[in-house]
Design a protein around this ligand. Sequence first.
Ligand SMILES: *Cc1c(COP(=O)(O)O)cnc(C)c1O
Length: 429
Amino acid sequence: MSRNQELFDRSRHLIPGGVNSPVRAFGGVGGVPRFFQRGQGPHVYDADGKRYIDYVCSWGPLLHGHAHPVVLEAVRAAMEKGLSFGAPTGLELEMAELLTELVPSIEQVRLTSSGTEATMSAIRVARGFTGRSRILKFDGCYHGHSDSLLVKAGSGLLTFGQPSSGGVPAELAALTTVVDYNDAAAVRAAFDQYGHELAAVIVEPIAGNMNFVLPDPGFLQLLRDLCTQHGTVLIFDEVMTGFRVALGGVQALYGITPDMTTLGKVIGGGLPIAAFGGRRDIMSCLAPLGSVYQAGTLSGNPVAVSAGLATLHLAQEEGFHVALGERTREVTEGIAALGRAAGFPMCAVSVGGMFGLFFRATPPRNLPEVMECDRDSFNRLFHAMLDEGVYLAPSAYEAGFVSAAHDGDAIQETLAAAERSFARLRAAA
Ligand SMILES: *Cc1c(COP(=O)(O)O)cnc(C)c1O
C-alpha cells in the first residue's frame, strides 16, 4: 500500500474527511490525496518520495516557490528573537508602510491571521460605517467561510456539490444578495431594489474561486459608480489576486479604486497573515478609535510578517510580474494548444501568476458557464498529469498558480507531461 494511502486512512479516522480544508480531500477528482513531506522551488515531494511540479503553490501564497532561501532566512532571523509578543512591533509598521505604498487605495490597514478574518472584518467595518446591514456578493466568488459570506461561495463548495453551507442561519444569509458575476443588468436591478440598504459590495475583481474568470470591460467601473451613488462601500477581495496579478493587485491593473481591500495569501509568503484596509474615514470606525470591534491574539505575528515582507520585497524587483506572466502564459497556452491538438475543446486564461484551464472553447464569464465545462475530461487529465509528476489543483473549479521558481525546465517538463497525458486521454476515449 502506498504511504499516501496509509496516511489518508489513518487521518480519516481522526480528522473529518482526513483533511483540514475540504478541497484537499480530492473529493472532486477522486483518488487518494497526496501527503507532502517537502517542497523545493517548483517541486513538491509526496510521502512515497515521488516528485511533482506544483501548480497549486499552497493555493497562491508561494509566489517564489517552495523554501525560497531569502524567505527562509527572514523567518529564521525573526524566529530567533521570539515567536510572538501580543504587543506592537516595528515589523508591523514596516508591513503597513509597504502595503499602503504598493496599494495606494489603502490609507490605513490592519493585519489578521487569515483571509476569512480579513473579509469578515471588512464587512463588519463597512456595516458599522454605513449603519446598514445588507451586502451584495457574486455567485461563485469565495470570501472565506464567515456566515454572511458563505452564500453561493465557489470552488470548495462546488467541489462537494453544496450551493452553500449547512449551519448558516437563514436570517443571516437573507442579508446577503447574490447576483451572477459580470451581470450588469442584475447589479443595476439589485441597486434599484436595495441600494439604500447596501452596506457593501464585495467582489473578487478577478475571480479565482470558480476556476478563473475575468471581469468584463466596464464591470468593475459599474460597481464603482453604483457604490459611489448609493453610499455603499466597495470592497475588492484581493486575498488571492493581491501581488499575484500585479504588484498593486487588480486595482492597479485596471485602474479602479475600491473603498476597501482585503489581502492575504502572498502577503504571508506561506505563513498565516492577511489584511484589510482602505479609506481612513472607514478604518477609523475600528476599536480602539471607534465602535467596531475586531482583534486577534497572533495578528501581526513577527515571524509571519517577516516571511511576508521578504516575499513582497522579492516581488518588487523590476519586471517581476511581466516575467511571471510570460511563464504562466507559456505553460497554460501550451497545455491548451496540446489539448486542442488532441481533439479537446480547450482554452486557457492567465494574468500574472494565476491561470484557468478550461475544457471549453471560450473562457467562461460567470459560474453557470464554468459549470458547462467538461469536468470528466478535467478529472482524467488531472490524474494523468499526477501520474506524470505534475500536481494541478484537485478540482475543475480551482484556479492554478505559477511561481517565479517555475523555470524553463519545469515548463518544458510540464508540456511534455501534458502531451503524453492527452495521448492517454485520447487512447481511452
Ligand atoms: C483564500 C481566499 C479567502 C480566504 O482566505 P483564508 O486565509 O483561506 O481564510 C478569501 N477571499 C479570497 C478571494 C480567497 O481566495
